[in-house]
Design a protein around this ligand. Structure first.
Ligand code: UD1
Length: 309
């Protein structure tokens, strides 16, 4: 089912730009709203004038009214995505992740958008020792970022009940792939490790390296978004998006080294405040209800990512 017109907030970012590629390929006219705080024009340059790029901020209500007009579906991907950044500056991440999200939802309900698919996070589960993490488990947000993502889910649900706006929240686990920006200290661990490996340098592991993450390839996350937007059963729901398998951070470095053909012992630093210990998704719900299954394995995804770095 192709959409005629969609808005992707954060569409110049890592996940948003891959999502935009898929939508455009399906014949959808896409408007991107991005303030380029962490997104890059280079992520969308190849799309030329097949998209409408609007350089602006999700906190700008008037601008939102303009860009949602005529859209059937909105993919809300814009956010301050770093846990660490939210720990260092809670008010800023709160403004973007919470107020920005409420403004996006509000513009959508007023303009008659049918459905909003929102990027949430596995961070909402916190350090609940029960694994794998399933949607029915009580959230235990540990960082401002996690609180903000959970709040966004609650707003989505309230907007559904109050205004009939269809919303779907996707709890992304650790997404990786080409275009994930390695250049900031807040970048995703795979993008940082890949860049180090390509340069023949050792990375720093925060903590003992025994913490685990469920890494899911960006193209699979795109497919989950399309299913969430297209399938009637998804409305009003929250779904995990992961691979359902985890790896220790120390083993991740070993695997990247193996693929890159280098062997370098990592440096170790103090654990990061707000970091969670273990994370792995139960993907039974999305599998059953949206017929979604991840297709790209970790090694395969790492190889594709290394080819891009
Ligand atoms: C990531 C996402 C967040 C998402 C969450 C879902 C990024 C930047 N953040 O947070 O948006 O909601 O997953 O689970 O992608 N590490 C090192 N050395 C490094 C960098 C990281 O040891 O140089 C460790 C971290 O301490 C952490 C793990 O690797 O234990 C993963 O870190 P990171 O990629 O930043 O992801 P999350 O904090 O899990």
């Amino acid at each position: 089912e192709a959409f005629k017109r969609a808005l992707v907030t954060g569409g110049a970012g890592f996940i948003g730009s891959h999502l935009t590629d898929a939508l455009v390929e399906n014949g959808c006219r896409v408007t991107i709203l991005d303030n380029l705080s962490t997104g890059h024009r280079s992520n969308i340059e190849h799309l030329g004038d097949r998209i409408d790029f609007v350089h602006g901020d999700i906190r700008d209500a008037e601008l939102l009214d303009r860009v949602v007009e005529g859209c059937e579906v909105v993919f809300h991907q814009a956010a301050v995505v770093s846990v660490t950044q939210s720990v260092e500056d809670p008010p800023h991440s709160c403004e973007v992740n919470d107020l920005g999200t409420v403004r996006v939802l509000d513009a959508c309900r007023r303009s008659g958008v049918r459905r909003v698919v929102m990027a949430s996070s596995s961070a909402v589960y916190g350090d609940d020792p029960r694994l794998p993490k399933a949607e029915y488990m009580a959230p235990m947000p540990l960082s401002p970022y996690a609180v903000q993502k959970l709040t966004g889910e609650y707003y989505a649900s309230a907007f559904g009940r109050l205004y009939g706006l269809e919303t779907v929240c996707l709890r992304y686990f650790n997404v990786f792939g080409p275009r994930q920006d390695p250049s900031s200290p807040y970048s995703g661990v795979i993008s940082i490790f890949m860049t180090k490996a390509a340069a023949g340098q050792a990375p720093t592991i925060y903590g003992d390296g025994g913490q685990t993450r469920d890494f899911v390839y960006v193209k699979d996350v795109v497919r989950a978004n399309l299913a969430a937007a297209g399938r009637a059963e998804a409305a009003g729901r929250v779904f995990n998006v992961g691979r359902g398998e985890s790896i220790r951070i120390s083993e991740l470095w070993d695997l990247i080294g193996e693929i890159a053909g280098i062997e370098l012992p990592p440096a170790f630093g103090p654990p990061r405040p707000g970091d969670i210990r273990d994370s792995v998704a139960d993907i039974g719900t999305i599998r059953r209800e949206l017929a979604f299954a991840p297709e790209v394995g970790l090694r395969q995804g790492l190889e594709k990512t290394l080819a891009w770095v």
